[in-house]
Design a protein around this ligand. Structure first.
Ligand code: GLN
Length: 484
């Protein structure tokens, strides 16, 4: 059952091949048997999942089911879930139970999904390998000595290993697309503002965006359609209506103009990854797309700009975790200052502290203009590059990551090498554009992602092109040996 797409599972549920309770029990048994090797879940909630499955079965019996009713998914542990622990991968929130659901969680629940539990992630979504989690690293199901990518590493590993039908994720600088690429699944980060940030623990608010990690573009269309849309509780939520992503999935892509930025095919790109990406592009050409070379001249500046903007915003967002209002509180504080200092020293891990310090420095008087203001100017230049490119082409494509998944521990001592993982994904976040990663041919048994970037609110087109590619090829159907 776990190899089936959501559409297939929904048909099985409707035609009474199996119940949502049976499906949920199947996933729970797989999690118990297989997750010890991966560590993709922080919390598994069998009781609430089975209760939701029974409610879904009742809806199905009453003829009141939608395409997601009774489908078992899991949420990245950054989304608040009422009554279910939300840790954000941090000791700071080790015992935090939210009093309400995030909008994304609420909307998927209304569509009838079953939530199996909460997925492991880099602490406060800061990382590219899931090694900064307080709950330990997640392992890649394709090779358990390697990382699954991050920060939505638990989401990617669980979907790839068939430990949930699909998962939510968030992407501030690549955290949906990069782990999707490393784990051989489909991941989409929509346009900034497309999904509500209400109840999604903030990292860098001008970049954070919710999205999904799935086995196929068609599955992503279903989930994204249910999650997206205006929310008055998020001041940056987009009022743009949500189209029916399913309705345009099979549209013809003949005449599609694809641009390949030369900056995404230069030094640092692994030759095997490049060959796989080019083979994926050749399939799109067979479907009638045309390919031209373009340039995003400021793209190489996206990593430095991001590592000023994101830490600056994180230093402000994480100020609320002070041991008083939220989060871990140290034992026997001597006075208020001691309480703040020790609670934060104990509650946050090394990478989070590094970012808070960089951000505080970049925002301080005397440095603000040199760093934060400069980075915001770069952000405009980067967005302008994309604006010009989209006058010439419909979609921009390239690799999602420069390499395949690397071994655990390989980059933990070198933050800059770790940050360079996101060299092809970050510009999209800085510009607020939607991006999607689909699996193409593996290299040495490890998955490779082809990235597609669209203009604002072009999620429907991205899903359409990805779906057509998946209809024509089988790359997305591969399952990691050992998790069949
Ligand atoms: N890897 C990037 C970082 O560490 C992006 C993380 C993300 O998208 N949440 O900031």
């Amino acid at each position: 059952m776990h190899e089936q797409s959501i559409t297939e599972l929904a048909a099985g549920l409707r035609e009474k091949g199996f119940s949502s309770r049976e499906l949920t029990e199947h996933y729970l048994a797989r999690i118990e048997r297989l997750d010890p090797a991966l560590n993709s879940y922080i919390t598994v909630s069998a009781d609430t999942a089975l209760a939701a499955a029974d409610a879904a079965d009742a809806r199905i019996a009453a003829g009141d089911a939608g395409p997601l009713t009774g489908i078992p998914i899991a949420h990245k542990d950054i989304f608040l879930t009422e009554g279910l622990k939300t840790t954000c991968g941090s000791r700071m929130l080790d015992n935090f139970v939210a009093p309400f659901d995030a909008t994304v969680v609420e909307r998927l629940a209304a569509a009838g999904v079953v939530v199996l539990g909460k997925l492991n992630m880099d602490e406060f979504a800061m990382g590219s390998s899931n090694e900064t989690s307080y709950y330990g690293p997640v392992r890649n199901p394709w090779d358990t000595t390697r990382v699954p990518g991050g920060s939505s590493g638990g989401s990617a590993a669980a979907v790839a290993a068939g430990l949930c039908a699909a998962a939510s994720g968030t992407d501030t600088g690549g955290s949906i697309r990069q782990p999707a690429a490393f784990c051989g699944i489909t991941g989409i980060k929509p346009t900034y503002g497309r999904c509500s940030r209400w109840g999604m623990i903030a990292f860098a608010s001008s970049l954070d965006q919710a999205g999904v990690l799935t086995r196929s573009a068609a599955d992503a269309a279903l989930l994204l359609g249910a999650m997206a849309g205006f929310d008055e509780r998020d001041s940056t939520s987009a009022s743009e209506p949500v189209p029916d992503y399913g309705a345009t999935l099979t549209d013809d892509i003949a005449g599609l103009r694809i641009g390949l930025p030369k900056e995404y095919f230069g030094e640092g790109l692994d030759a095997g990854v490049e060959a796989s990406v080019r083979a994926g592009l050749a399939e799109l050409e067979k479907l009638g797309a045309s390919i031209t070379d373009i340039s995003l001249p400021n793209a190489p500046l996206s990593v430095p700009a991001y590592y000023v903007v994101a830490p600056a915003e994180c230093s402000s967002n994480l100020a609320r975790f002070d041991g008083v209002r939220y989060g871990h509180r140290c034992e026997a504080p001597q006075d208020l200052e001691d309480l703040y200092k020790r609670s934060r020293a104990e509650g946050f891990g090394a990478e989070v502290k590094r970012r808070i310090m960089i951000g505080t420095y970049a925002l301080s008087a005397g440095y603000f203009d040199a760093y934060y203001l400069k980075a915001q100017q770069l952000r405009h230049l980067i967005a302008d590059d994309f604006r010009r490119a989209f006058e010439q082409v419909d979609l921009i494509m390239g690799p999602t990551t420069p390499t395949t998944a690397f071994p655990l521990g390989a980059k933990t001592d070198d933050p800059v090498a770790m940050y360079l993982n996101d060299i092809y994904t970050i510009a999209t976040n800085l510009a607020g554009l939607p991006g999607l990663s689909v699996p193409v041919a593996p290299v040495d048994g490890l998955p490779v992602g082809l990235q597609m970037i669209g203009n604002y609110f072009a999620e429907g087109r991205l899903l359409n092109v990805a779906h057509r590619l998946q209809q024509a090829t089988d790359w997305h159907r591969a399952v990691p040996p050992g998790f069949a």
